[in-house]
Every structure is written in C-alpha cells, then in structure tokens.
Design a protein around this ligand. Structure first.
Ligand code: NAP
Ligand code: ZN
Length: 366
C-alpha cells in the first residue's frame, strides 16, 4: 500500500508530494522529466500506481500545440495501474486491485447526459485526465505518463481478470472511442461497417466491429497494411487513393468510423454509405476542406456525425466484452525515454498499432 508518507501534512491541509512524470512545458517542446503536484486524496478517491500507459494521437495533438492546451502538460489517458490506497468512502476498490483510467476523471454528475451515463458530454464540461482543472480544488489535472494518479472511484474501471495488462491499456481510449459509436449505431451481425485509417483507433474499431459480428472493411491510404487488416479481422480492404476501388464500394456501409487525425476529403466516402448510413468522425476536429457536398446526403438520407470517447458504464461494458472475446490491442512496448521518437513515428503511421509505455522505465529518471 502506498503510504500516506507520500503526502506531506501542512496544518489542516494535506499537500501532495511531488510526482515524477514526463511533461511538456510549452507547445512543441520535447517531453522531459517533470515534477508536479497531485492533490491530496479525498474520501472517494483511489490512488493508483501506474504500470502502463498507452500513447494516443490526442497526446501528440496536445504536445504539438494542435489543440487548445494549458501548459505544462503531462499527457496520457490510457492508464492501467494497481490501487495503492483508497479513501474512506470507497467500497468498490481495495489496495492491490488492477484498474484502468481513461480520458475523463470527473463530471458534474447531475446534468441530463451524466444521468444517462454519458459523462463525456457533461453539460458543465467533463474533467479530462489531463489538461483540465479539478472541479473541487481547481488544481490542473496531469495524465498517465507519471508515477501515480488520484481519481474519484466513479471514474475508475475494473480490469477483468486474466486480461493482459499492457495490451489492455489502449482499450481505455482507442477501445471505448470506437466501441461507443458501434453501440450507438447498433452494430450487429447484419451490419456492414467500414473503418477509415488503420492506426490505434482504427485497429480497435476493426476488432470490436468484428467481435460484434459485423462485416468489416478497412479504408486505408497506405499500401502494405492489407495483410495486417485481415489478420485483425477485416473482411475487405479498400485503398482510398484508388478511385476504382472507391467506386466499387458504392451504397455498401451502414456505418463508417473515420479515425483520420488530420484534415481530409470526406466527399468520396459519402456515396459508399447505404440509405440511412452514417459516417461518424472521431479523429479530426475542425473545418472541412474541401467543403462537404450535401447532395449525396440529401439524395440518400445519409448522415455525417461525430462521437467523443464513451461513458464510464459503457467503458466497463467494453472492457468486459473484450475480456469475453479475448480482444486487446496490438502494442509495441516502449520506455518513456523513447516518447518523442514514438510521436515522430506515429505521425508517419509507423506503429503497429499502439505504443504503450512501460512506466517502470520512469525509474531511470529518478
Ligand atoms: P494514429 O494511431 O496515428 O492513426 C491514425 C491513422 O489515420 C493512421 O494510421 C493512418 O491510417 C490514417 N491517417 C493519418 N494521417 C492521415 C491523413 N493525412 N489522411 C488520411 N489518413 C491518415 O491515431 P489514433 O491514436 O488512432 O487517433 C486518431 C485520431 O482520433 C486522432 O486525431 C485522435 O486525437 C483522435 N481521437 C479522438 C477521440 C474521440 O473521443 N473522438 C479519442 C481518441 C483519439 P492509414 O495509414 O491506414 O491510412
Ligand atoms: Zn486518446
């Protein structure tokens, strides 16, 4: 058990001792060892020693300054760890439990989305695992590229027994972000699903859609990913740069999950949707260029939608589904000291298919 000695008592108030992580002090700065303070644990908190942390393209967007970000930042929201301490009111977890933390660590808990288990759409704004301010003490939140994290029990996930821990880490973001639209659009064994982009999210989308029984197609711009896509569960692969292949997919898909992280042309994908089909964007945030032509949408009652991670109950459901169906992520393990190189490789789509940091490597910086 992580003793309270981590926390220095200062009169009435407990202050956290410094925690070591990897952080960036400003946009585009290299990630480097960074000491920061975590809040003292509250009565409903779980203290977690971090064992593994997945590397999401969102971490890169924040570090590279693509998105509105408050610096310094310690990224990481695909966290697997071991409970070292629980607050007095915590009954769901005990010391020694293996747990997960995803992209969110709090929400208002009383708005309509929160009441419906959709904390990610909290009307007052959810508290992200990093790059947010805690709702209670207004301290900045710092993510999983660090020694430990303190999270309210409501936002802690149980890792099912016998799940391989390092390859389970990406389920906490890549897994739930693709699971949530698959469930929302009711994908089943009669569905035809396509996935755009074979990266971290894309490879989980293929595995999960296949696990739900759908026929699955990958759209990729990269020649050479075909065999992997089939091994991961895709029934078909379409090279999105090949017009003939795109033409042959007309009116085919009930749901397309688009995981591409940067601006790209959506127009070629719309005709590949069936009547009432939906393309759901989970990757790129921003204006589209070229503009989206509405004619094929109007003529075929086709939709363009977006989706953000998933709720906490839904995340637990996804973890339990993955345990039952033996689904985890395909990972390349790295030491934290490799993180900048990992980002460079991720930008070149050179990762199969998720980097996961072995957090024991942080000890080298002690
Ligand atoms: P990733 O591992 O880097 O994979 C992205 C894939 O998209 C690449 O492997 C590549 O696949 C394709 N791609 C990359 N650049 C492209 C381009 N310019 N044009 C066309 N295709 C391109 O990234 P990830 O971790 O899966 O994350 C994907 C996006 O989802 C990021 O923007 C991330 O921030 C976002 N995200 C959103 C949520 C949410 O809640 N909505 C949650 C997590 C992440 P091919 O080589 O096969 O083409
Ligand atoms: Zn993520």
């Amino acid at each position: 058990m992580l003793s309270l000695s981590l926390f220095i008592h200062m009169g009435e108030r407990e202050m956290t001792a410094k925690v070591l992580g990897y952080g960036a002090l400003q946009a585009k700065a290299k990630l480097a060892p960074y000491h920061f303070e975590r809040r003292a644990p509250r009565v409903d908190d779980v203290v977690i020693e971090i064992l593994y942390c997945g590397v999401c393209h969102s971490d890169l967007h924040h570090v590279y300054g693509d998105w509105a970000t408050r610096y310094p930042i310690v990224p990481g929201h695909e966290i697997i760890g071991r409970v070292t301490q629980v607050g007095d009111n915590v009954t769901k977890f005990k010391s020694g439990d293996l747990v997960g933390v995803g992209c969110m660590v709090d929400s208002c808990q009383h708005c309509e989305p929160c009441d419906h288990g959709l904390e990610q759409y909290c009307e007052e704004g959810n508290t992200l695992t990093y790059n947010s301010l805690d709702k209670h003490d207004h301290m900045p939140t710092f993510g999983g590229y660090s020694e430990n994290i303190i999270v309210s029990d409501k936002f802690v996930l149980k890792i099912p027994q016998n799940m391989e821990l390092s390859s389970a880490a990406p389920l906490l973001c890549a897994g739930i972000t693709t699971w949530s639209p698959l469930k929302h659009w009711k994908v089943n064994q009669n569905s035809r699903v396509a996935v755009v982009g074979l990266g971290g999210l894309g490879h989980m989308a293929i595995k999960l859609a296949k696990g739900l029984g759908a026929e699955v197609t990958l759209f990729t711009r990269s020649k050479g990913k075909e065999q992997d896509a089939v091994r991961l569960g895709a029934d078909h692969v379409i090279l999105s740069t090949d017009e003939n292949q795109m033409q042959s997919a007309k009116n085919r898909f009930d749901l397309i999950i688009d995981t591409v992280p940067s601006i790209h042309d959506l127009n070629p994908y719309i005709p590949t949707l069936t009547l009432d089909g939906t393309i759901v964007l989970v990757g790129y945030l921003g204006d589209l260029n070229p503009f989206l032509n509405t004619a094929p949408m109007v003529m075929g009652r086709k939709s363009v939608a977006g989706s953000l991670i998933g709720g906490i109950a839904e995340t637990q459901e996804m973890l339990d589904f993955c345990a039952k169906h033996h689904i985890t992520s395909d990972v390349e393990m790295i030491d934290i000291q490799y993180i900048d190189k990992a980002y460079e490789r991720m930008l070149k789509s050179d990762v199969k298919y998720r980097f996961v940091i072995d957090m024991a490597s942080l000890k080298k910086d002690k």
